[in-house]
Ligand binder design. Structure first.
Ligand code: PMT
Length: 220
């Protein structure tokens, strides 16, 4: 089926930010809106895939035909991805996962004190690297939000995390990355790099998946 080359494929997409709790009323997070990840999920469903969207806290409607699982923290996102990994064909990690979380989250609201304060943070588990190390037949697509030396960092991430593709955006450029309706990316794989023009996130998502379908030989 030419217009639905992902029929029969199980696709898991992660989207949005994660929130790492400091106490019951405060958290550490980032500016991801979920738009790019939701666009990837929508495009995969339109291309015929069975799509599970693991979403951090965002204010977006679930795309038609997509199964959505809401999570809050990096640890919850890891659990949701890990649980489905053995039956996943394509894992798309668009989420902006927190790299650090508060080391001692408080059960009660932390009271204000005199003077300055600081917050001790510890590393979260890298979901992409964990899945990259565990992969058997899965194709893994990571994203990379960079502010400098985009290409060098992105391709290093692909190799280090054992991803098949890394989609890099230079988030210092206007109209690119966090919160925008458009994006401009470079895709890295073992076959080299491909530049995509500035596009609406929905259209870009379709073009990225069509490129991957072709490279993987999934069109029939
Ligand atoms: O949500 P939008 O507002 O539409 O914005 C889109 C976006 C900018 C968030 C998206 O295009 C993007 O670049 N997502 C990845 C952001 C990011 O966290 O990049 P990174 O370079 O820090 O991480 C690299 C990869 O490792 C990502 O696939 C990330 O999901 C993954 N990762 C990172 C940390 C971690 N603990 N676990 C991970 O799996």
């Amino acid at each position: 089926n030419k217009s639905k080359p992902l029929i029969g494929k199980q696709v898991v997409v992660t989207a949005g930010p994660t929130r790492e709790r400091i106490d019951p009323v405060r958290y550490v997070s980032n500016f991801s809106s979920g738009k790019m990840g939701f666009a990837m999920a929508k495009a995969a469903a339109e291309l015929g895939a069975n799509v599970t969207l693991v979403a951090g806290p965002v204010g977006l409607a679930t795309p038609p035909g997509v199964t959505r699982i809401d999570v809050e923290s990096a640890a919850e996102m890891l659990e949701a991805v890990e649980k489905r990994f053995s039956t996943t064909d394509l894992l798309i990690k668009t989420a902006a996962v927190a790299d650090y979380k508060p080391k001692h989250p408080a059960d009660q609201k932390v009271k204000k004190q005199q003077g300055d304060t600081s917050l001790e943070m510890e590393r979260t588990t890298d979901i992409l690297a964990t899945m990259g190390a565990a992969k058997t037949h899965q194709i893994i697509i990571g994203f990379a939000a960079e502010t400098n030396d985009v290409e060098a960092y992105a391709d290093a991430k692909r190799q280090k995390k054992n991803a098949d593709y890394i989609i890099a955006n230079d988030v210092t450029q206007p109209g690119v990355g966090f919160g925008t309706d458009t994006n401009k990316v470079v895709m890295f794989s073992s076959e080299g790099k491909v530049d995509f023009p500035m596009l609406a996130k929905d259209q870009l998502a379709t073009e990225l998946l069509q490129h991957i379908v072709k490279q993987e030989g999934w069109h029939s």
